[in-house]
Design a protein around this ligand. Structure first.
Ligand SMILES: Cc1cc2nc3c(=O)[nH]c(=O)nc-3n(C[C@H](O)[C@H](O)[C@H](O)COP(=O)(O)OP(=O)(O)OC[C@H]3O[C@@H](n4cnc5c(N)ncnc54)[C@H](O)[C@@H]3O)c2cc1C
Length: 383
């Protein structure tokens, strides 16, 4: 039979299923609700500029691999399903970059340049030329810290998820929705079956990819996985036409322009458990940031606001590894701020790991046995 079961239908789980199905495996995706409705829907879809350099740290290599794969997958998914994922190279502009607590993807100008990622300081004139609608205070340019990464891209993540699901169905993958995994049947070091709200599923191999909820599953398999939810709030503004081309960052806030004129404004980093709600204070702060940086947004109507749960590990690195004590179970979770971006590379690595193929990059920093707790602590922010 050789059935491969993926638990969790977010970007990470669907991408792993896609990679396995393409290699001819029989795959089932088991999802508690509907696929792609949690963090992977809530996210912004920014795909940072990245290159694969063998000298880099494994995390940066994973970023480089993922960036390359997103370009390919967007084309393949469109050809297979007709769904345009909105992938395009939009660039990013950074006003006075500040490191984000717990985020290992360093994006200050010297780090980007050292890694061979194209990044340019902008003069006032160049910035005005690039984004004429941005409000630029003299203080922004005094110390010349506004810079641009022209090779950053974005996807419309809800469409990317729809395309992945459609491609899976075309390839004969069973996508079982409204099926919450509640318990496991274990025989020795072998995970035999899962019991869900929609019945029992037997498989030969399992991958747990349940985002911020993955530790709820591993706990039942005697494995403590330090992944917890970090809430992010987002507002979607409606405009008739695009006001920006580039994603614009300032501190932890950002503006993501969609090609149809919509503007996403993000975000917060809140350690509040699974409390899925937006707060008036956070949304007001996001809107104030947006309207200060882009005054033409003052007349924009708010189409929607939402919150989602980033699956965060203590050091910000994902877990991509075998489940301790099991011969046929693996974990892919904890991608924190970059799970949409890193989902493609994670899928390829997971297939290589499970199939015993050569790995595109070393997995040591993504093992469950690494000393994740000793790394950067996640700060609490009420921003
Ligand atoms: C506001 C915000 C902005 C973001 N912006 C970006 C961005 O610009 N770029 C980027 O790369 N990333 C971004 N992220 C991060 C990114 O969204 C996440 O890292 C990524 O979506 C995690 O994917 P996942 O598949 O692991 O988790 P999820 O998408 O949460 O999927 C997990 C799935 O598992 C299912 N599940 C849970 N428990 C069970 C169970 N018991 N049985 C069956 N199924 C179960 C859930 O229902 C869910 O569908 C952002 C996140 C937020 C919140």
């Amino acid at each position: 039979m050789n059935q491969f079961a993926v638990i969790g239908g977010g970007a990470v789980g669907l991408s792993i299923a896609y990679e396995f199905a393409r290699s001819g495996c029989k795959v089932v995706v088991i999802e508690r609700g509907l696929c792609g409705q949690e963090a992977s829907w809530a996210g912004g879809g920014i795909l940072p500029a990245a290159v694969f350099d063998p000298k880099d740290h494994a995390y940066e290599k994973l970023a480089g691999l993922s960036a390359k794969l997103h370009r390919q997958w967007a084309e393949e998914l469109k050809a297979a399903t007709g769904i345009d994922t909105g992938y395009h190279r939009c660039g990013e502009i950074f006003f006075k970059h500040e490191a984000i607590s717990g985020d290992p993807l360093t994006r200050d100008l010297p780090s980007l340049s050292a890694r061979g990622i194209r990044a340019e300081l902008l003069s006032a004139k160049a910035l005005k030329h690039l984004e004429p609608n941005l409000a630029i205070a003299p203080a922004d340019l005094d110390d010349l810290q506004v810079y641009h990464t022209p090779n950053s891209a974005q996807i419309r993540n809800p469409r990317h998820l729809q395309a992945l699901k459609a491609a899976l169905l075309q390839m004969g993958v069973s996508v079982i929705e409204q099926a919450e995994v509640q318990s496991f049947e274990v025989k020795g070091d072998y995970l035999h079956a899962v019991q869900t709200t929609a019945g029992r599923f037997v498989a030969d191999r399992f991958c747990l990819a349940a985002g911020a909820w993955t530790s709820h599953l591993t706990n039942r398999l005697n494995c403590t996985l330090p992944v917890k939810p970090i809430r992010g709030q987002m507002a979607l503004l409606q405009m008739e036409e695009p006001l920006l081309r580039n994603v614009v960052h300032q501190g932890g806030h950002y503006l993501i322009p969609r090609l149809d004129g919509r503007m996403l404004v993000g975000s917060t980093l809140e350690d509040v458990g699974f409390e899925k709600k937006t707060t008036d204070a956070a949304i007001a702060q996001l809107l104030q940031f947006a309207k200060t940086r882009l005054p033409l947004l003052r007349d924009a109507s708010v189409e929607k606001c939402w919150a989602g749960f980033r699956p965060a590990s203590p050091d910000g690195y994902p877990f991509i590894d075998a489940l301790p004590g099991f011969a046929n179970a693996w974990v892919a979770a904890g991608h924190f701020r970059w799970g949409l971006f890193l989902s493609t590379g994670t899928a390829v690595l997971m297939k290589q790991l499970i199939q015993g193929e050569d790995l595109s990059l070393p997995l040591d920093d993504f093992r469950l046995t690494r000393n994740a707790e000793s790394m950067m602590p996640l700060g609490r922010s009420d921003r």
